[in-house]
Design a binder for this molecule. Sequence first.
Ligand code: DC
Length: 227
Amino acid sequence: MYSIAIDGPSGSGKSTLAKSLSKKLGYLYIDTGAMYRTIGLFAYRNGIDPSDGEEMSKHFDEIDIDIEWKDGAQHMFLCGEDVTDFIRTPEISMYASAVSAIPSVREFLLDKQRDFAKHHNVIMDGRDIGTVILPNADVKIFLRAGHADRAKRRYDELIARGEDVTYEKVLRDMEQRDHNDSTRALAPCVPAADAVILDNTGFEPEETLGKALEIIDGKIGILQEKK
Ligand code: DC
């Protein structure tokens, strides 16, 4: 089994890259951010303070999370309901970032995430895939891009989804989430020591894909020679 870890902050192009790689290589794509978003949605709907770890932990029995793939797209289920369309709003993004700093929430998702890589060739994206979830991943790519590029990508995505947002609000939220996600004590969003940093500022998606394929080819090619 091969595993490819793609980490990086929001708007760095992880999911666009991971989806293209998944098509190209036929590996299963797992978006781990969607899992945190689903837990964030649970907190939001149930009026739970998303930064209250003790309160969140009381509800794990009720949080039944499932993933299904339909036409290649990952769908998230919360207690049997397909919530895929509800987890991408700016509000749920902030809830996801808050719940993801709770150690018991990360623990709750850890085995689920690792299990996928035991049974499939995977491309998994998130913040801690190369450092915590799959420390032995065959390829680790850490994506970076300038603030303005990242906020613009995120803004375009939200507008395309019909959200009523301004670029300034998207930029502010992004900086807040960056701060939360990279300074938290557990599994902060930092590159693994053996990750290849890919800065795609100013790149079109195809250029990022091309660079990533070069990296993957190099790494997996080396591994194949060793085996
Ligand atoms: O990638 P995303 O924007 O959908 O992720 C939503 C939030 O979940 C993000 O603010 C940080 C958190 N997250 C995380 O802590 N670890 C991961 N592996 C993936 C996401």
